[in-house]
Design a protein around this ligand. Structure first.
Ligand SMILES: *Cc1c(COP(=O)(O)O)cnc(C)c1O
Length: 404
């Protein structure tokens, strides 16, 4: 959520902001439909944990529901409570499972825990013994070794008739470790383990795929797929393949100053950048306080931003509130103070920034922070626009994919 006080007029708030973030909710809906198409007969859920990957669950979740999504995944129970207030009808799964002591909250808000350990199963059974039978999911670890029933815990459950009868298993799931690497042997191994376990719960829906998993093909789809990153415009295949998704996030920063440097002058903290000749530097009101990675400033080649339609490299370190870009290649009266530099958008993808920062698009999104002036571009509800009739994306024409 933006921290802009509610009593400030929106136009005035925008004029008073150093940076701005536009979130294209229509693109979220379109990306949802793209995945649902790929998933074929399987149902398509949505992961909206971590405030819908930083984009704002309150805005994003209703758009997904409108696009046909009936099943949602959050990480923590309190995220589920927030989601329940938005979507009274949705199925809401809590990936972290069951937190003992929080039982009434699950029951009151119809949150379905995805039980991931033997202890969680036992705590849930103790709770539902008094509260009455309630649906739960089961998370089997098939090789990622992160969260989910271990082999002996799964064996315990399969052998324990009483526990199985007392549970109302509504979903059986597992999570792939290498879904973005279609050639990885790990995928097949996890698929086999999962298929064997799910066979013991024929009435439950089965779910294995995150966004990248959906593109491994129908063997992996089962009954329900649960994408996150693709909905928000990230490329699930990272550098392996071009992104099938529309950008969702458009971030820009105000140019505060344009200065001239002589050869040998330096830029920023630590004087890490030295001008090789006369040059011009634009100072932009975005920094690591806005989730722009500090280490990008020390990286070679430098990350790029788009100013006056051209990709230009950063020069010098990223500071809390400011970045500096080399605009020497622009015509000499450009850019103008007050122009906006494109930080993220159709021409600078979240994956471009992620690669420059040595991370992944997920971290770019979840770190955006709340200093940007946020605008949500509404999804046009109802039926998707006929092909080719979609409204142009904000700030830039579509040229999907990153040109670097
Ligand atoms: C976050 C998460 C997902 C969604 O993954 P994406 O790669 O963002 O599509 C699916 N399943 C589990 C268990 C998750 O934690």
């Amino acid at each position: 959520m933006s921290r802009t006080p509610d009593d400030i007029d929106p136009a005035l708030a925008l004029a008073a902001s150093g940076s701005s973030l536009t979130i294209d909710l229509g693109a979220v809906a379109e990306n949802y439909r793209r995945i649902a198409k790929e998933a074929g007969a399987a149902q398509t859920a949505a992961c909206v944990k971590a405030d819908a990957y930083g984009l704002g669950m309150e805005k994003v979740a209703p758009v997904l529901a409108e696009a046909g999504c009936a099943d949602f995944f959050v990480a923590e129970p309190l995220e589920g409570v927030r989601l329940r207030a938005l979507l009274p009808q949705a199925r809401i799964y809590v990936l972290d499972g069951f937190f003992p002591g929080a039982g009434p909250l699950y029951a009151d808000h119809k949150l379905v825990p995805v039980l991931a350990t033997r202890a969680q199963i036992e705590d849930w059974l103790a709770f539902t013994q008094s509260a009455g039978k309630l649906p739960a999911g089961l998370h089997l670890d098939t090789g990622i070794n992160r969260l989910g029933l271990e082999k002996d815990e799964a064996g315990w459950l399969l052998a324990n008739e009483a526990a199985r009868r007392a549970l109302e298993v509504d979903l059986v799931m597992s999570h792939l470790a290498c879904a973005e690497e279609p050639e990885s042997e790990m995928n097949k191994r996890q698929l086999e383990r999962f298929a064997a376990f799910r066979a013991a719960f024929p009435k439950a829906r089965a779910s294995l795929c995150n966004t990248a998993g959906v593109f491994l093909g129908p063997d992996y789809h089962f009954d329900l797929v649960r994408p996150g990153i693709g909905l928000y415009g990230g490329n699930p295949m990272h550098e392996h393949r071009e992104s099938p998704f529309k950008p969702v996030v458009y971030a820009s920063g105000r140019i505060l100053q344009v200065r001239h440097l002589e050869a040998g002058e330096t830029v920023g903290y630590g004087a890490t950048f030295t001008a090789p000749g006369p040059m011009r530097i634009a100072t932009i009101a975005v920094g690591y306080g806005d989730g722009f990675f500090r280490r990008v400033g020390d990286q070679k080649p430098q990350a790029e931003v788009v100013i006056c339609g051209r990709r230009v490299p950063l020069a010098g370190r990223v500071s809390m509130d400011l970045i500096t870009a080399d605009v020497s290649a622009l015509p000499k009266d450009l850019p103008k103070v007050g122009d906006m530099a494109e930080i993220l958008g159709a021409r600078v993808s979240i994956d471009h920034l992620a690669t420059a920062a040595g991370t992944i698009g997920y971290e770019v999104l979840t770190r955006l922070g709340n200093r940007y002036h946020r605008t949500y571009k509404p999804a046009v509800s109802g039926h998707p626009a006929p092909h080719g009739a979609a409204a142009p994306a904000p700030l830039a024409q579509q040229s999907s994919g990153d040109e670097t």
